[in-house]
Structure formats: structure tokens, C-alpha cells
Design a protein around this ligand. Structure first.
Ligand code: PRP
Length: 214
């Protein structure tokens, strides 16, 4: 194991919207990243914190789950959507942080006409959740895996419906889509690598307690 890895607990946090909500939570928990962490132009990925043994990495939200599951990080902040999509057995999710509130929903064009004779094409970042959700209803669907902007796919005749995150609903509205079914209510959770939880229990429990107490 590298010195970096053996001497530090690594906390993986997601870039973007969730980070804006997470930063105040970290502040309350008295986990203060170095200044460069807050500079979006800084190209570094690894940052130190006020705790000498805690380093922080800032990565894409889906990658937080992979970094923690494969042991690159010990602790992470992951949405329930990402947790369910990957379903990594190595992740333990003991604390709901109550931030990043949104929902995962099915949406379709306002003028959509159901046709039971076709296999639905669904554009989504979440092919596993989507496939399982429809399979539970006995329906087989074809998912088109996308990384964003799937709201435009039905209009371009590429997909019949989409499965995506909804917060304010403005993106759906702006793209003439109607939310027809809610699949999952989402918040962000603190996740722990199960092996690290056993081998580095003291430091990890300490970080958990900081988030729990505040
Ligand atoms: C998410 C989601 C929608 C939008 C929904 O994307 O994929 O596009 O937010 O929010 P709303 O209901 O408030 O309009 P995000 O902005 O996180 O960016 P992404 O497409 O890069 O994931």
C-alpha cells in the first residue's frame, strides 16, 4: 500500500450541486478542506483538510461510489440513486445526510400515446434501476444509457420515455415532458467501504460521529 493510502483516510465528495449543500454540513462537522478545494479552476483532485490524516477527493457523483467500492476512498457521499444503480456489496450506508433531496422519475412527452405492442425505449443514466423497475411489473424495456441531456431524446424520436432526476421539475417542463411515475425518493448518504470499516474502524467512526452530531 502507498504511504498516501496507508497513512490517510480518504473522503470522496461529489462535484456540482450536492457539493454546495455538503460544504456547510462539513463545516458544521468541523471538517475543513484546504483553500484550493473551493477553487473550481484548481486542477488538483486530492486535497488536505484540518485533520492531518483526512484527505479529500472531489470527483463525479457516480464515481464517488466506485472510488469507495474499489477502495480508492474509505468514505464517500453518494445519492441513493447511485447506490441503487450500482448496488455495490462493498458499500455500507449508515447515515442519511438529508441533503440532495430529489426524486427519480419516469417522464414522457405531453402528447405521448401508449402503444403496448412496442418494446419501450428509455433514455436514462440509470439502466439497472429502470430495467428492474419495469421487470417487477413484468415489462421488458430497452434502455439507452446516457450521461446527460436525455430530456431531449423523446423529441428527437430516439426514445419513448426517459428516467431521470427531478428536483424543481423545470427541466422536464422546459422540454415538454410530463413526470408520470416516481420510482425513488433520493437523498445523499454517507457511505463506507466495508473492509475499511473493519480495518480502520477508529478513524472512520470518528468521521461518522462528526457528521452524526451536527
Ligand atoms: C439533473 C437532472 C435533470 C435536472 C433536474 O441534472 O439530470 O437534468 O437536474 O433538475 P430540475 O428538476 O430542478 O430541473 P444536473 O443539473 O444535476 O446535471 P447533469 O445532467 O449533468 O447530471
Amino acid at each position: 500500500m502507498s504511504d498516501l493510502r496507508s497513512e490517510n483516510i480518504i473522503l470522496a465528495v461529489p462535484k456540482g450541486r450536492i457539493l454546495d449543500e455538503l460544504v456547510p454540513l462539513m463545516k458544521k462537522a468541523n471538517i475543513i478542506p484546504e483553500k484550493a478545494f473551493f477553487d473550481n479552476n484548481d486542477r488538483r483532485l486530492l486535497f488536505s483538510s484540518n485533520l492531518t490524516w483526512l484527505k479529500i477527493i472531489r470527483v463525479r457523483s457516480f464515481d464517488v461510489a466506485s472510488f469507495v467500492a474499489f477502495g480508492g476512498a474509505d468514505i464517500g457521499v453518494v445519492g441513493l440513486d447511485v447506490l441503487k444503480e450500482f448496488n455495490y456489496p462493498e458499500l455500507y450506508a449508515p447515515i442519511d445526510l438529508g441533503i440532495g433531496i430529489c426524486r427519480l422519475s419516469i417522464a414522457q412527452p405531453k402528447n405521448y400515446i401508449e402503444n403496448e405492442n412496442i418494446t419501450l425505449k428509455i433514455a436514462t443514466k440509470y439502466p439497472n434501476i429502470t430495467t428492474n423497475y419495469y421487470a417487477d411489473m413484468g415489462i421488458n424495456v430497452n434502455c439507452i444509457k446516457m450521461n446527460g441531456a436525455m430530456e431531449i431524446a423523446p423529441k428527437l424520436d430516439m426514445a419513448d420515455k426517459i428516467v431521470d432526476l427531478v428536483s424543481s421539475g423545470m427541466t422536464m417542463e422546459a422540454n415538454d415532458l410530463i413526470e408520470i411515475e416516481r420510482i425513488l425518493d433520493i437523498t445523499s448518504h454517507l457511505v463506507i467501504n466495508r473492509t475499511a470499516f473493519k480495518t480502520r474502524s477508529e478513524n472512520i467512526r470518528y468521521v461518522m460521529s462528526l457528521f452524526q452530531e451536527h
